[in-house]
Structures are given as structure tokens and as C-alpha cells.
Design a protein around this ligand. Sequence first.
Ligand SMILES: NC(=O)c1ccc[n+]([C@@H]2O[C@H](COP(=O)([O-])OP(=O)(O)OC[C@H]3O[C@@H](n4cnc5c(N)ncnc54)[C@H](OP(=O)(O)O)[C@@H]3O)[C@@H](O)[C@H]2O)c1
Length: 436
Amino acid sequence: MPREWDAEGTVLITGGTGALGALTARHLVARGSRDLLLLSRGGPAAPGAEELLSELRAAGAHAEVVACDITDAEALAEAVRGRRITSVFHVAGVLDDGVATTLTPDRVRPVLAAKATAARLLHELLPDAREFVLYSSVSAALGTPGQGNYAAANAYLDALARHRHTRGLPALSLGWGPWDVGAGMTGALTEADRERAARSGLPLTTAGTGTALLDAAMAGADPAVLPGAVDVAGFTGREEVPHLLRGLVRGPRRAAASPAGEVSFAGRLRALPAGERALTVLERVRAEAAAVLGFPTADAVEKDRPFKELGFDSLTAVELRNRLGAVTGVRLPATLVFDHPTPEALAERLGAELVPPEPGAADALTAGLDALEASPDALSPGERSRLRVRLSALLARWADDQAGQEPDDTEDRDADLAAATEEDIFALIDSELESP
Ligand SMILES: NC(=O)c1ccc[n+]([C@@H]2O[C@H](COP(=O)([O-])OP(=O)(O)OC[C@H]3O[C@@H](n4cnc5c(N)ncnc54)[C@H](OP(=O)(O)O)[C@@H]3O)[C@@H](O)[C@H]2O)c1
């Protein structure tokens, strides 16, 4: 049944001094709320807290900001003691993004605590609240790269809302997509960030749209919603399409499964002269990096500038990994961009994987000589003499070639060879082959 908006009693907003907490406070006051309690660890010392309070008071509300760590059961109980809290807006949260392999318990615990532990405490402490609104994230429903801890924390909020709903308690979990409000978890966005967001499939939520969506969700009956738009085109062709969208979105066309006649990137690379391959891979890496960062062309991605300096973080690093994986058909590790920190280093790694260097004749010969050195008796006298003839003939040919060439003093190896006389070389081979 649709809920009626209740402007009476005290509205508790956790994370009330953060970007969305402050925006929510202003919006609720504009809608008629007259008594607000805003909690955050920073409390009145949090940036912007004073201005926010004056604004809310000027709008006719009684508002208080109290410093409280809401993951601490006693501190939270103390903060709400003696107040008639009728509405709960649990907005607090922290981020600690990283690829799954780096998410140690120390990086998961605080993210879970600020959302899940605090939500459970509020649920237990305030059984009579008539509004119980949880600010969750689309990460729980769709999964966002690098946010395993955060997605789990938000999934708890969604589950708690459903749990309360089935027990007849008020509950609303809002799985917000990224906001564009100049502060908070998405911070101040650049034009490149906005372009990237537009392509990501999750368009940004502005203050106006967000508060309208909040009102709509609160007027609705669903306990867990995803307020905001999803642009399925942004998910098309991705390496990993969120489960929820699989019925709507086409997955990646893997290079290995290319239809007949369509040449894979690795195939095109192999067809190129060896000297052009490295540059082709590098250009592709730069182009994909530019696309991830929202740069109009690859020119902005210098080949030897570290990805970190170019503006990559763990999320964009995973996005680049996914794009390169889709292009090449190679399964690449999530740590790709950290293991190979510049476009040049990454291109080298990819090139080696796509067109592994064939062992050259010199490598094979060196391996044979190594084996002979390790066990000089391995050859029979007949084999030795046959080999001696062939090696002598080869060395004589090299010596002739060498005589007709300018010595290349850029390479020590060649300089050494040029300095050695024919007798030196023959003597070396003889001693190697004839020694017992
Ligand atoms: N902004 C977005 O694009 C976006 C998108 C999806 C979902 N959301 C959700 O919306 C909520 C607000 O996000 P935001 O952008 O406004 O972030 P924000 O500006 O960083 O605000 C988070 C607030 O939570 C408070 N907080 C964190 N841990 C706390 C703790 N243990 N005890 C008390 N307060 C604590 C912070 O204050 P102190 O550090 O002073 O404690 C801060 O006031 C979050 O739950 C987030 O997951 C945001």
C-alpha cells in the first residue's frame, strides 16, 4: 500500500553532513519536515555542516548535527535517546574500492559496518519508525567493477528492506546509480567523467531527478527499487553483462568465436610484418585507454605515461582489462594495468601473448651448444667429426661475411666477434669438440 508522507516527529539522517545526506535534509525540509537529527562521525566539524544547519534553520526547521559513529551500538543508542524518531534515512556509507583479490578483511569490514551493521542497529533500536529509508547502490543489483565490498554492503540493505517488508514494517531500499552533485562518493566530475558515465549504461542522477525519484519511490509500495535510468546500449558487448540485464543485452562477441570470414585481432596481427605488430597493439591499447577515460582521441594517452597518472583507478583499470579482453579474446588478469603500468608495457605484454615470439635459429643453436658444454662426451667420434666439418664451413662463411661488413660497434657481441681471429674461433670450437 502506498505510504503517506509523515512530516511529524524527528527525521534521523545518518551521513547527514555528506553530499546526499545534506541534499536529502534540504529536500525533506522543503517538503515540510520540521525536526531533523543529522549524524556523522565528523558531526558539526564536518565540512559544510554549519552552513547546512543555518540553511535548514532559515527554512523554519529545527535541525541538529551530532557527531556519532553509527557502527558503535552504544554511541548510536545515546544519540537517539529521548527523541521521537519517526523517520529514518540511513544515508551513511564509505567506499574502499579495489579488485577482489585486494579486498582483505580490513578493507571489507569498515565498508560493511557503515552500511550493514548500522542498518541492523537502526532496525533494532527504532522499531516504531514510520519511514525506514536506506540509501543503497545499484552496485548490489548489477555489480560494479572493483566494488565487491560495497556491493555486498548494499545487498545487505536491500535484503533488510525486503525482510522488514515481509514482516509488515516500513522499508525502502534505494539502489541509486551514480549522482552528479559535485561532491560525495562520485566527487566533482569532469566532462570526461560525464562522458564515461553516459557510455557506461548508468546515466548520472542529478539533484532534481534524484529527489523526484526519492518522492516517487516513497509514494510507491516496493521495498527495494533501482531509482534511475539504465541505458542497455551501454552494457551491450561487455565482457560481463550483469545477470539482471542478460535478457535485454547482447554479450560480447568473443574473438575465438568470430564468424567465418571475420578475422580476429590476433589473426590480423599475425598477418602484419613483424615490425608493425608492436605499434598496432600499442595503438589499440592507447585507443581503448582513451575510450575508458573519455578522451576524444588516443593522442592524450602517452605511451610511456603511467596509467595512474593518466587518471586510471581500480574501476577504470578493470574496464580497460575488460575491453582489451573483448578485443583480443584473451583472458586477462584484473591486475593487468597494475602489473604493466604504462600503455607501452601493457602493449608489449599483450603482443607477446597474441603472437608469441618463435624461438629463433640462434636460440636453438645456443641451446645445442649449452647441451654439448654440459656433456661433451655425448657425441660419438664419428658425430664429432661430421659436426666439426659443418661448423668449420659455417664459421668460414661467417668470417667471409664479416670481412665484407663494417663492424657494428653498437653491439658488444658483434664487436667481440669482429675482434676474434679465425684461428681464435676455430681453436675454441676444436677445444670444445676434441676435449675428452
Ligand atoms: N554519491 C553517489 O553517486 C551515490 C551513488 C549510489 C549510492 N550512494 C549512496 O548514498 C549514500 C551517500 O553518499 P554520498 O555521495 O553522499 O557520500 P558522502 O558524501 O561520502 O557521505 C557519506 C556520509 O556518511 C558518513 N559516515 C560514514 N561512515 C560513518 C559512520 N561510521 N558513522 C557515521 N557516519 C558515517 C560520512 O561522514 P563522516 O565521514 O564524518 O562520518 C558522510 O557524511 C551512501 O550510502 C552511498 O552508498 C551514493
